[in-house]
Design a protein around this ligand. Structure first.
Ligand code: PXG
Length: 449
């Protein structure tokens, strides 16, 4: 890109251009021809460099649950940077790491009482898988090494996460991955579930496929099953009614750990602190990230049950119990941001708010049902998905057009996957802002028909 174009895109002329940044999960060449740049955010809006307001239909990347530019979070981060910029948590500690762990443990259901910190969802998943393997080993069940994921699952991009994940494009380029992994079938069947609000009625029996995997491999070889309570990245697939309970029963029966990947569903997205609470199912571990700091500072982690934590607390006390951790686990800036974020969630009752407006949100999203391109709509909590008719021969192009034209012509930001538009606005969104979002989507979908 030459300098003149850069200026058009709203940049100051500098010796830099757009080439140096190898962008993640982005069509780099298309983007750099026609960049989609934001340089400011407030509430449920981003702003383009020319000042145009763009409604944030995706809470950034499903993470800015408290909305953008929240003063208490900003100030907490600023104050923390001045007070304690970094502190090791290998063999040392700082107060806010313990405070935040306690706060998260209080939010998590039942006996999920201990928090291991990481810096992203991907690290959280790898951490959970490693804890599962090590837990069985310290209990004397070292044969339990197999990990079970699910088709259409997304668990980040580490080798553990893509191994248990079920998205072909994220796997096919990267070799053999982890050995000893198997997958449950995904739970979506449009012919049985189209236009379901909340949990679809059909599909609980798909959890019984786990019994088949147990019969095939032997329960004593299986360490853990990991699923997103609601699959997010592959197009918003709420769990069929009773499905997660059934998975819990089968895993418990066979001594297999159940891990809920709540990187998206945690911190209010489904109208409760965690989806585990909403669905009344207590897993053995919950992974989280994103909403814990409302996206402001990278952070992730795993909440583990007391039984798992206790299983490691044995042997001589001077021995490290788990040989795992990251330089930036429980980084002071992330902990400060997390504590300020949890205060906002509590004081503004944002999880309850998400639950209270879920019905209105669903009504508004379902109002798009009459549009000719719309093949299915799914909603749950403050999440919605709209499946569009693909352009024949070019899968994904229809939704990509929606992303591009949405940003440039309709001033709306969404996420797309395949030919699905996914929406997950900040939990602070007002009724009028929901109307604006849905109205822009209506005009956009009409325009790309
Ligand atoms: N698990 C789940 C369930 C996720 O949704 C990750 C793990 C990985 O998190 P990190 O922090 O390593 O990216 C995720 C991330 C999208 C989209 O538009 C979804 C994610 C990230 C970026 C885009 O669907 N989810």
């Amino acid at each position: 890109m030459d300098l003149a174009t850069e200026v058009d895109a709203g940049f100051e002329p500098t010796p830099n251009n757009l080439e140096a940044f190898f962008m993640p999960f982005t069509a780099n060449r298309a983007f750099k021809k026609r960049p989609r740049i934001v340089n400011r955010a407030e509430g449920v809006y981003y702003f383009k460099p020319d000042g145009t307001r763009v409604i944030d239909g995706s809470a950034g990347l499903w993470c800015c649950n408290a909305g953008h530019g929240r003063k208490p979070i900003v100030e907490a981060i600023q104050a923390q940077a001045a007070e304690l910029d970094f502190a090791p948590v290998f063999q040392f500690g700082h107060p806010k790491a313990f405070q935040l762990a306690s706060r998260i443990a209080l939010l998590a259901p039942g006996s999920l009482d201990h928090v291991f910190f990481a810096n992203s969802g991907s690290e959280s998943i790898d951490t959970a898988l490693k804890i599962a393997l090590a837990h069985h080993r310290v209990k004397g069940e070292a044969s339990r090494t197999r990990l079970i994921g699910r088709e259409r699952g997304y668990h980040g991009v580490g080798f553990g996460g893509i191994s248990v994940g079920g998205i072909v494009a994220n796997r096919r380029m990267f070799g053999a991955m982890l050995p000893g992994v198997d997958h449950l079938p995904h739970t979506y069947d449009r012919s049985k579930q189209a236009f379901s609000r909340g949990e679809p009625d059909w599909g609980a029996h798909l959890a019984d496929e786990l019994e088949r995997l147990v019969a095939l491999h032997g329960a004593d070889t299986i360490a853990a099953v990991v699923v997103e309570p609601m699959a997010g990245s592959t197009g918003v697939l709420p769990p069929p009614k009773g499905y997660l309970k059934r998975l819990r029963e089968i895993t418990a029966k066979h001594g297999i750990l159940l891990i809920f990947d709540e990187v998206i569903t945690g911190f209010g997205r489904l109208g409760a602190a965690f989806a585990a609470e909403r669905f009344g199912v207590e897993p053995d571990m919950i992974t989280f990230a994103k909403g814990v700091t409302s996206g402001t500072v990278p952070m992730g982690g795993v909440v583990v049950s007391k039984a798992i934590y206790d299983s490691f607390m044995q042997g001589p006390e001077h021995i490290i119990e788990l040989f795992h951790g990251y330089t930036y686990s429980a980084h002071p800036l992330a902990c400060a941001a997390g504590l300020a974020t949890l205060d906002i969630y509590r004081d503004e009752r944002l999880f309850e708010r998400a639950a209270a407006i879920e019905g209105t949100f669903a009504d508004k999203v379902f109002s798009l049902k009459d549009l000719p391109l719309v093949e299915d709509i799914r909603t749950i909590g403050l999440v919605g998905a709209i499946d569009l008719t693909p352009i024949p021969g070019s899968p994904g192009l229809r939704a990509l057009n929606a992303l591009e034209r949405g940003f440039h012509e309709f001033d709306v930001m969404t996420r797309v996957t395949g030919d699905t538009i996914a929406i997950s606005p900040p939990l602070t969104i007002t009724d009028a802002e929901m109307d604006e979002l849905v109205d822009k989507l209506r005009r956009l979908i009409t325009a790309i028909s």
